[in-house]
Design a binder for this molecule. Structure first.
Ligand code: SIN
Length: 292
C-alpha cells in the first residue's frame, strides 16, 4: 500500500490495495490515512454495490438515502449520481448532487461523517470534485473572527428554496417543487460554527454556502456579513486550502465531512455520461470544545 500526499498537502492517493476483501491491517491503515489526510483517492477499485456497502460498513452505520428513487436496484443504501436518462426520459440518478460547497447532511441533527464515491463512468471532460480543508481555513482566520464565532451556531436547512446563496439546477426535473416542499416539511438544525473533531481533537470551521442559512445567535445585519467573510476562504480563487480531483476509471474517493467541504464542478453534458455510486456513514452529534 503506497500513500502519496496530494496538492497543497491536502488529501492523499492510495495505490496497491483491493477493497473488495480487505484485511484488518488494510482497514486500519486506510482509516488512519483518512484521519491524517481527510480526503483519500483510492485507485483501481471495481466494487459491486454490495462490496461498496460492505466496505462502507467497516466505518459505521450507513445513512438512509433521502432520494430513494435514485437508489441502486441492487442495494437501497447506494445512491446513483448521474446525468444518464432511461429510454423513457426518466433520470437514472441525481443529476445536480453537490453543486455548491457543502458538508454532507449537515442539515441532519446527526450528520454524515464519511462519504464514499466510486466512479463508475467518467465523462470525457468535466465531472471533477473539489474539496477544501476546513481545519486549515479555521487556522487561517484572524484571531478576532475566531473569537467572534466561538460558541456560535449556524442554522442549517436542506432546502435550496430558502437559501439565496444557491440556485436550483434547471436540469433536474421537478426540482423547484421538490425544494419548496422541503422548505415547508423539513426542520432547521443548529450546528456549531466551529466544530471540534471527535477523533483528532482539532477545530474546523463547520458551515457551508449550501446549507448554512444564518447564525442563530445574531440578527442578519450582523450575522450575514460574518458568513460572507467566512465563505470567502472557501471560494478563494487561488484555492490555497483546496484539492480538485479529476477522476480516473476505478477511482474510489472517501472524505471526512467533519473537517472538509466539497462540491461537484459539473462541466459535462449528454451524450457524455458521468455515473457515481455514493454511500455515506452516519457520524456523531457535532460539538465545540474550546481549546484548553
Ligand atoms: C456529493 O456532493 O456528494 C457529490 C459530489 C460529486 O458528485 O462530485
Amino acid at each position: 500500500m503506497r500513500i502519496t500526499p496530494l496538492a497543497n498537502n491536502f488529501g492523499a492517493e492510495i495505490e496497491g490495495i483491493d477493497l473488495s476483501d480487505p484485511s484488518q491491517e488494510i482497514k486500519d491503515a486506510v482509516y488512519q490515512a483518512f484521519l491524517d489526510h481527510q480526503v483519500l483517492v483510492i485507485r483501481d477499485q471495481k466494487l459491486t454495490p454490495l462490496q461498496q456497502v460492505a466496505f462502507t460498513e467497516i466505518f459505521g452505520e450507513l445513512e438512509w438515502q433521502e432520494n430513494a428513487i435514485y437508489a441502486h436496484p441492487e442495494h437501497d443504501k447506494v445512491l446513483i449520481l448521474s446525468n444518464e436518462l432511461r429510454p423513457d426520459g426518466s433520470a437514472v440518478g441525481v443529476v445536480d448532487a453537490g453543486d455548491f460547497w457543502h458538508s454532507d447532511s449537515s442539515h441532519h441533527e446527526i450528520p454524515v461523517k464519511i462519504t464514499i464515491l466510486q466512479s463508475i463512468r467518467n465523462p470525457k471532460t468535466g465531472g471533477d470534485t473539489e474539496f477544501c480543508d476546513m481545519y486549515r481555513i479555521y487556522d487561517a482566520l484572524p484571531d478576532d473572527l475566531k473569537l467572534k464565532i466561538s460558541g456560535l451556531h449556524g442554522v442549517h436547512h436542506v432546502s435550496k428554496a430558502l437559501n439565496p446563496r444557491v440556485t436550483i439546477s434547471p436540469s433536474r426535473p421537478g426540482a423547484k417543487d421538490f425544494y419548496e416542499t422541503q422548505a415547508k416539511n423539513r426542520k432547521e438544525v443548529l450546528q456549531p460554527l466551529v466544530r471540534t473533531h471527535e477523533e483528532t481533537g482539532r477545530q474546523a470551521l463547520y458551515a457551508s454556502p449550501r446549507f448554512t442559512l444564518r447564525i442563530a445567535e445574531l440578527d442578519d445585519a450582523e450575522g450575514q456579513p460574518i458568513l460572507d467573510q467566512l465563505f470567502t476562504y472557501v471560494t478563494d480563487r487561488k484555492r490555497p486550502f483546496h484539492y480538485r480531483h479529476k477522476y480516473r476509471d476505478g477511482d474510489l474517493v472517501m472524505w471526512d465531512n467533519r473537517c472538509t467541504l466539497h462540491r461537484a464542478t459539473g462541466g459535462y453534458g449528454l451524450p457524455d455520461i458521468r455515473r457515481m455510486h455514493r454511500t455515506t456513514v452516519i457520524g456523531e452529534r457535532s460539538f465545540f470544545r474550546p481549546a484548553a
